[in-house]
Write a protein that binds this ligand. Structure first.
Ligand SMILES: Cc1cc2nc3c(=O)[nH]c(=O)nc-3n(C[C@H](O)[C@H](O)[C@H](O)COP(=O)(O)OP(=O)(O)OC[C@H]3O[C@@H](n4cnc5c(N)ncnc54)[C@H](O)[C@@H]3O)c2cc1C
Length: 374
């Protein structure tokens, strides 16, 4: 008999949730992780008593009560609500676009006035097209929300994200730009959202409790490459092109980089997320991590704070692959790799790297909870 039922490559949410369920079924698992820590991209580093989201700010949100109850059975979640603020040339605007934003932009105080203003500006943009379809992202966004919102909150931010002018970006990138005619700064529409009390590492530790784990172990450079010697089945959450030794070519990724520093003040920006929507600053967002988990007086009980500036960066080999590039070439290539994956016996491919797809955290958990016969 082999030593393990499952060898699980990767200790992110997919691998950890799978290991949790397998353990519940009495299965023997080994989780291997190439990084020096467990948790994948939700891992937090404790700096000055603050949980710092090392691989980017993570806010858990879902409409799925089963998923919400599941994560809360591992660790209780707090009441954090994402209410980002945009800073355009020193002036602040609430996000997502709602009555607070419209008041800040135009001084309008009723939904009727706001709607009228937006409709006027949309009509101008549509008239300028002379009956043709929007040819680029700029024209598309102008027809959806009009000139003021586009120029203040979308244009330069999007250009920083993509490193290209909005006139050069395709229209399809922005399909909808919802506006809310209510005073509601809650970024997500989901029923449930929050952050694990004590941080995301508690969630991962809870999921992996009692499971054998090895960090600093890369599947491809270890004895586990010949996984059949050790386990009945393989759960693979690493990059799908790497699994197949890039035999059809490399998939592209987008990445972001973070400049993190300690500030000698208890409260640097008064909010977890501030977007910088002009070209005046090279970064797209500044995250102040303590506001995810500290509220009211708690903010001042920790004398320092940790902030991360977030930069959109062109992906080069060796960098963290964060977002799949869903253009024609990459979608086609990913499909070809996924077809190869279906033919692999006793291997489960799961998670964002193996499926070459952007997933929020909740859908990753949902997918693992849906797997039958673990
Ligand atoms: C910048 C950013 C911000 C995000 N913010 C949010 C948010 O606010 N809310 C939300 O719901 N979701 C958010 N997400 C999505 C969230 O990060 C993912 O849903 C989640 O990380 C997916 O988990 P995973 O297990 O698929 O992947 P990962 O967390 O990436 O785990 C995969 C693991 O496999 C390991 N691995 C890879 N190859 C090997 C190998 N060869 N050998 C051993 N180990 C290997 C990796 O080191 C990694 O630890 C965000 C994502 C990004 C990129």
């Amino acid at each position: 008999m082999k030593k393990y039922d499952y060898l699980i490559v990767g200790s992110g949410l997919f691998g950890a949730t799978f290991a949790y369920r397998a353990k519940q079924q009495g299965k023997r698992c080994l989780v291997i992780e190439k990084r020096p820590h467990l948790g994948g991209n939700i891992y937090c580093e404790n700096i000055e008593g603050i949980n710092v989201h090392k691989y980017g700010a993570h806010i858990f949100h879902t409409n799925n009560k089963v998923v919400w109850d599941f994560v809360n059975s591992i660790v209780e979640f707090n009441r954090y609500t994402n209410t980002p603020v945009a800073n355009y040339k020193g002036k602040l605007y609430n996000l997502p676009f709602n009555m607070n934003t419209f008041y800040q932009m135009w001084g309008v105080t009723t939904p009727q006035e706001a709607e009228q203003k937006i409709n006027e500006q949309k009509a101008e943009a549509i008239a300028a097209l002379n009956g043709r379809e929007p040819a680029n992202l700029e024209e598309q966004a102008l027809t959806l929300v009009g000139k003021d919102i586009f120029e203040t909150l979308i244009k330069e931010y999007t250009e920083k994200q993509w490193g290209r002018s909005c006139k050069e970006l395709p229209a399809f990138i922005i399909k909808r730009l919802p506006v809310r005619l209510v005073f509601d700064n809650n970024y997500f529409n989901d029923c449930y959202q929050g952050i694990p009390i004590g941080g995301y590492n508690k969630l991962i530790d809870g999921l992996l409790e009692g499971v054998e784990c090895k960090t600093d172990t890369d599947f491809f450079n270890s004895e586990y490459r010949e996984w059949e010697k050790y386990a009945e089945k393989l759960v693979y959450t690493g990059a799908i092109d790497e699994y197949f030794d890039y035999k059809l070519g490399h998939l592209d990724w987008r990445t972001v980089s973070f400049a993190t520093r300690i500030e000698d003040t208890p409260n640097y920006q008064g909010n977890a997320v501030v977007n910088y929507t002009s070209h005046n600053e090279p970064y797209t967002r500044v995250i102040e991590h303590k506001h995810f988990e500290m509220f009211g007086q708690e903010v001042y009980n920790t004398p320092k704070t940790v902030i991360s500036e977030e930069y959109s960066t062109e992906y080069k080999e060796g960098m963290e692959p964060y977002y799949p590039v869903n253009d024609e070439r990459n979608n086609k290539l990913a499909k070809e790799y996924l077809n190869l994956a279906y033919k692999e016996n006793n291997v489960i491919f799961g998670g964002r790297l193996a499926q070459y797809q952007y997933f929020d955290m909740a859908p990753v958990i949902e997918r693992v909870l849906q797997i039958q016969n673990i």
